[in-house]
Design a protein around this ligand. Structure first.
Ligand code: ZN
Length: 119
């Protein structure tokens, strides 16, 4: 492939990656908003009515908070996984970051050493 083709393919990959990052941020904002909007009125309602099922609800509240953190952690792990790059035509490993810079300089794949860029 040519340098131009590689640049276009990488731009396409970066576009999908930034879209994914936007989804992660939006999903995180929705989760935070949902927790803020539902927990406060629920706790206020429970305290206001002094219901005797508080002891029953509290462990679920704890589990809910725990579940939220597990969900948030999953979201975080999903969001920080290594970005996908343009696959090498020879070894099919993703080329991104420093590997992409090396490819632009040398024209060779930094994984397998094969010449990729023709011009
Ligand atoms: Zn390769």
């Amino acid at each position: 492939m040519t340098r131009q083709e590689f640049n276009e393919m990488q731009a396409a990959v970066l576009r999908t990656e930034s879209r994914r990052a936007l989804i992660v941020v939006a999903a995180g904002a929705v989760v935070v908003l949902a927790v803020v909007l539902t927990i406060k009125p629920l706790l206020g309602y429970i305290e206001e009515h002094a219901m005797d099922w508080i002891g029953y609800v509290k462990p679920y509240g704890f589990k809910g908070v725990l579940g939220f953190f597990v969900f948030a952690l999953t979201l975080l792990v999903w969001s920080v996984r290594p970005p996908k790059g343009v696959p090498c035509p020879n070894c099919h490993k993703p080329i991104f970051g420093i590997a992409a810079r090396l490819l632009r300089i040398t024209g060779n794949c930094s994984h397998c050493g094969e010449r990729i860029l023709s011009a």
